[in-house]
Design a protein around this ligand. Structure first.
Ligand code: PLP
Length: 364
């Protein structure tokens, strides 16, 4: 890619050279001793970023595949689920649950505000749900949900907590076991700094009671029972994207070298710096400050401007690639910048310089 291409999306994110080179290593046997050793190392690294003692299963697939897998492994036809919706990915999770034949109830939060954990707790008390389904970090609105509070509301109940942390994991705090999340899914192309194509799922002991039974909606490739049986032998069930696993191992080493706590703090610091700088340019955050994400900065498009034009101008004039909104509800009203993965102070300064220049160009 030419040097005037700055990838500043909320995923896929920049793949650091160390990881790119790692993915170029020679192919090896996916059931050989070397791959088994790599899988064991990757397990250890993923457990740390997940905050879990459980295994983390690797699949070929994107984040959406893993959202579907989380539901398909626990739902029986006609089960009721409660989906928390405060953005586009919450809507997607509800659509997947409906496609799999679940009875879908929703708890709707203000977009930009997030889900009210108390309202959610009230809803859980009124109906027996197989699962409550939550997007940890809603990339469409730049909001992080309070998973600790949501997990606490479910603790004494049989209902499972299914979590999409596609854009949160490894960039924002995740304490799967402490918070009582039952299935947490993610993907390689966001905070984990890898190319797209690898998906992850960690499964609690409580969820396993449901995963292991017969009679769920159809599943085969993404059947967690197969993944677990394979992992017990140090393998994946089917041929994995081996080169991406090389990359993931390198990414997890980089996170361990920086220190997970420092990585999370860097995401928080840089997202705050970007939001603050944007405020000075007249670009206000779309979301409430208390719930602002560390990994995605979502900004309101100022009156008189269009999001698509800002995105196009930043790309064509300054080489900076950010996102608009893919949700019809936010189209042209919101622009989004990733502050996830391999992001530095210098990136934020350049973002701000390019945004300032773009606003000047478009307004004058
Ligand atoms: N969930 C969230 C929060 C996301 O940000 C995304 C992608 O942007 C997805 C799910 C879907 O992931 P994928 O595009 O890898 O299917």
């Amino acid at each position: 890619m030419t040097s005037n291409y700055r990838l500043r999306l909320p995923g896929p994110t920049t793949v650091p050279e160390r990881i790119r080179l790692a993915t170029a290593a020679p192919m090896q046997a996916h059931r050989g001793a070397e791959f088994k050793a790599m899988l064991a190392e990757v397990q250890e690294g993923l457990r740390a970023v997940y905050g879990t003692a459980q295994d983390v299963y690797l699949f070929a697939g994107s984040g959406t595949a893993m959202m579907e897998a989380s539901l398909a492994n626990v739902l029986a036809p006609g089960d009721a689920v409660l989906v928390a919706i405060a953005g586009q990915f919450g809507e997607r999770f509800a659509a997947i649950a409906a496609a799999l034949g679940a009875e879908v109830d929703t708890v709707d939060g203000d977009w930009g505000q997030g889900i009210d954990a108390r309202e959610l707790a009230g809803r859980i008390a009124r109906r027996d749900y197989r699962a409550v389904v939550v997007v940890h970090n809603e990339s469409s609105t730049g909001v992080t949900e309070d998973l600790a509070a949501i997990g606490a509301a479910l603790r004494e109940r049989p209902t499972l907590l299914l979590v999409d942390s596609v854009s949160g994991l490894a960039g924002t705090e995740m304490k799967m076991d402490v918070w009582g999340a039952d299935i947490v899914v993610s993907a390689s192309q966001k905070c984990l700094m890898c190319p797209p194509g690898l998906g992850f799922a960690a499964v609690s002991a409580k969820a396993w009671e449901l995963v292991k039974r017969e009679g769920t909606v159809p599943r085969f490739f993404y059947d967690f029972r197969r993944a677990r049986a394979a992992l017990e032998k140090g393998e994946t069930a089917f041929t994995p994207p081996v080169s991406l696993v090389y990359g993931l191992r390198e990414a997890l080493r980089m996170i361990a070298e920086e220190g997970l706590v420092n990585v999370v703090a860097r995401h928080r610091r840089l997202s705050s710096a970007l939001r603050e700088g944007c405020g000075k340019l007249g670009l206000e955050p779309y979301n409430r400050p208390a719930v602002a994400s560390s990994t995605v900065v979502a900004l309101k498009v100022p009156r008189g401007l269009e999001g698509t034009k800002i995105v196009a101008h930043l790309r064509s004039r300054y080489g900076t690639v950010i996102a608009g909104s893919r949700s019809p509800r936010l189209h042209n009203k919101v622009i989004r910048i990733g502050t996830m993965g391999a992001v530095s102070e210098a990136d934020i300064q350049t973002d701000l310089a390019h945004l300032e220049a773009t606003l000047k160009d478009l307004i004058t």
